[in-house]
Design a protein around this ligand. Structure first.
Ligand code: ADP
Ligand code: MG
Length: 246
């Protein structure tokens, strides 16, 4: 093994590194030894068919779920060993998450949804709302500031959800099919907004998608099959092997 392989296999230099993750739900093995690195500032697409373990991987990497086995490290911290309090601190500050259906709080206006992570982080209401307004502006959703989620279109809600995920200026954003519920134009607008902002701020993005066009925005792509992560190069080799056999 040369120095470079060694470095990538141990996850040195990665912002978040997962090795050998296993996670089962009853008899269903969602992850069966999944390993992946997310580097600072990179946009990594994770593709795979439905049920291949993509969401479970995202939940383990972002500290939403603890894996049954394997290790997730963020800097020097092992997420599996962190107390709940530190995990939620990470989820509220260093990590941002966006889901397919925004999962905004229905009772709050767009502005208050975006201000919420700042309030939870201890910012006072005035400055939090000011900053939330700036982030809505950035995602072209300033006009929706006073609306509640039920009063917005899917594309508008997702832009508000992005503003909420990025308002704390996280190191990493985890996006689980963020455009999956949108038509292609709205999807493209949401993706463009996310990627421009991530590039501007040097935010790493782990982007789950089953849409090849969306994956094409990423710097790098890996995919999951049966709970194991495959890199593009490994798959090219596998396809080559199949071709030679056939
Ligand atoms: P993907 O996001 O790629 O569609 P998931 O990570 O959601 O895949 O799911 C992987 C497997 O784990 C699937 O078989 C799914 O049915 C199962 N699974 C995921 N979450 C749960 C859960 N909370 N309870 C039971 N089974 C689950
Ligand atoms: Mg999923």
């Amino acid at each position: 093994m040369n120095a470079r392989d060694e470095e990538s296999s141990s996850g040195v230099g990665a912002l978040i590194s997962a090795r050998g993750l296993r996670k089962s739900y009853g008899k269903t093995e969602a992850l069966r030894g999944a390993s992946v690195d997310l580097h600072a500032g990179e946009i990594l697409a994770v593709t795979g068919t439905s049920g291949s373990g993509k969401s479970t991987l995202l939940h383990c990497l972002s500290g939403i779920t603890r894996a049954d086995d394997g290790v997730v490290t963020y800097g020097k911290e092992d997420l599996g060993l962190l107390p709940d309090q530190r995990l939620s601190e990470l989820r509220r500050g260093a990590f941002g998450v966006v889901f397919q259906f925004g999962q905004l709080i229905p009772e709050l206006t767009a502005l208050d949804n975006v201000a919420l992570p700042l309030l939870l982080a201890g910012m006072r209401r005035g400055p939090a709302q000011q900053k939330a307004g700036e982030w809505l502006e950035r995602f072209g959703a300033r006009g929706q500031a006073g609306l509640r989620p039920g009063e917005m279109s899917g594309g508008q809600s997702q832009r508000v959800a992005l503003a909420r995920a990025l308002v704390t200026e996280p190191k990493a954003v985890f996006a689980d099919e963020p455009t999956g519920a949108l038509d292609s134009l709205a999807g493209e607008q949401v993706m463009t907004a996310l990627l421009h902002t991530a590039r501007d701020m040097g935010t790493a993005v782990l982007l789950i998608t089953h849409d090849a066009q969306i994956a094409a925005y990423a710097d790098r792509e890996v995919w999951l099959r049966d709970g194991v992560v495959h890199s593009a190069s490994a798959d090219v080799l596998a396809r080559e092997a199949v071709r030679r056999e056939g």
